[in-house]
Design a protein around this ligand. Structure first.
Ligand code: NAD
Length: 433
């Protein structure tokens, strides 16, 4: 059954469907569309319409990358009827209590289950906790389709590692972890993925191992950044600059290269909650991971409070102060505003009645207004008592002190979260994490 599936996909007698066409799904679908006939399915009609016009709403993929690909975009589940190999790339967020919200994953699974036929393959790429595919998704596939996993259809898991805004570590340059429900599935899924992953395939021993591998990649980053953030708060009280300390410590061969900062977005700040949820379910109360999360989640308010403290020390009344926040996206060089911790910083400044103006060269003003009810200016307006460079966008890296000085209501403060201007600021007060 299985070898013929690969042959049929390659000969385009069978089709592949990619479900969820966002940051992860779109590049995966386009990569497979070089080799197979692909159906790209998303529930968002507007997104599908734009993709049909070769426009990536996330601004990550150029129109030229759609050329010559065998792909159709649709928002109609019935258009996936001809698919034999499904790849699931839908979101796995947390709810307002930081509990995993499997809604999109289970709804996508239901959609597939209604179409599932004997011999089909379903591979999940969405990040989730170890056990989710087997305990939460497969039962839905079996219940709705009436088929049996392993015997009638095969399931696999292949976590995604792409990093938005990062042109260096693209899908074709990174090793892909792949797992299958049995050895036959592992073989077929590996052969399918090896077509789009020339850098190599790592065959994990089980679906759970592959799920766990993905979740710890981001948990490790989160905990390490939390340590840097904690160190930064200690060093601030000790009157030493964290970046100077790190520069010195990094001369040791095995010192890890992490820096303090805001941890937002939908991966590093979300995935650890999937692991802590599962840990608690099996009777273990995680401590390191949860305290890391707490520290990182508190960084926005902390930076705002420190800014207000410094303004006060400079003799400025926070209620009469104007602050410019530069950069609002969840990280540098992306336009994505979702779960940006810069918003926490802005809201905390508002708590002190500070007037805040916000600019960002990449974020969309309409989205900022819709998501957070915060206006995004096209450019700074007037002079500011403090300027907070919150995101290390490419456009900000080359700015000089003169740029900030021109915008400053001196004496004024430059808050440089990522330490971009360290050692270069003489005429303004300066603070970095
Ligand atoms: N963005 C990243 O950097 C990244 C990296 C690695 C892994 N991941 C993981 O990959 C998964 C997808 O993330 P993303 O960033 O691509 O999300 P995204 O929000 O950019 O895209 C998800 C897409 O799925 C669609 N969708 C939602 N429910 C659907 C359904 N039931 N059927 C069909 N389409 C549906 C949405 O409309 C959206 O277009 C998540 O589990 C995420 O944790 C993301």
């Amino acid at each position: 059954m299985s070898q013929s599936l690969l042959e049929n996909l390659t000969a385009r007698r069978d089709k592949m469907a990619v479900i969820g066409l966002g940051y992860v799904g779109l590049p995966v679908a386009l990569a497979f569309a070089r080799h197979f006939s692909v159906i790209g399915f998303d529930i968002k009609t507007e997104r599908v319409n734009r993709l049909r016009r070769h426009c990536d709403p996330n601004g990550e993929i150029a129109a030229s990358d759609f050329e010559g690909r065998d792909i159709v975009f649709t928002d109609k589940p019935e258009d996936m009827a001809a698919a034999r190999f499904y790849v699931v790339c839908v979101p796995t967020p947390v709810d307002e209590h930081s509990v995993p919200d499997l809604g999109p994953l289970l709804r996508a699974t239901e959609t597939i289950a209604h179409q599932l036929k004997k011999g089909d393959y379903v591979v999940y790429e969405s990040t989730t906790y170890p056990g989710c595919t087997e305990e939460d998704c497969i039962p839905v596939l079996e219940r709705i389709s009436g088929l049996k996993s392993g015997a009638d259809f095969k399931v696999g898991y292949s976590p995604e590692r792409i990093n938005p805004g990062d042109q260096e570590h693209s899908l074709d340059k990174i090793i892909k972890v792949v797992a299958g429900c049995d050895s036959e599935a592992l073989e077929v899924i590996s052969s399918v993925y090896s077509l789009i992953c020339p850098a190599g395939i790592h065959r994990a021993s089980s679906i759970k191992v592959a799920e766990a591998a993905k979740i710890i990649e981001n948990t490790q980053r989160d905990v390490n950044i939390a340590l840097m953030n904690e160190l930064s708060r200690i060093f601030q009280r000790l009157g030493i600059n964290t970046y100077e300390v790190l520069e010195a410590a990094r001369t040791k061969w095995n010192f890890l290269n992490f820096t303090p900062g805001l941890v937002g977005g939908h991966c590093i700040s979300v995935d650890p909650y999937y692991l802590t949820y599962k840990a608690r379910e099996v009777g273990y109360e995680p401590e390191v991971i949860t305290s890391g999360r707490r520290i990182n989640d508190d960084m926005g308010p902390y930076v705002a409070q420190r800014t207000v403290q410094l303004l006060t020390q400079m003799g400025k009344d926070p209620g009469r102060s104007r602050v410019l926040v530069m950069g609002t996206t969840f990280k540098e060089n992306v336009s994505d505003l979702r779960n940006s911790k810069v918003i926490d910083l802005i809201r905390e400044l508002h708590q002190f009645s500070v007037h805040v103006d916000v600019v960002d060269p990449l974020a969309q003003p309409e989205e900022m207004m819709q998501e957070y009810r915060i206006p995004l200016l096209h450019q700074p307006a007037g002079r500011y008592d403090a300027i907070v460079v919150a995101v290390a966008h490419r456009q900000y890296r080359s700015l000089t002190e003169s740029y900030f000085y021109e915008l400053a209501n001196v004496p004024a403060l430059l808050v440089d979260l990522k330490g971009l201007y360290r050692g270069k600021i003489q005429r303004l007060s300066y603070w970095s994490l």
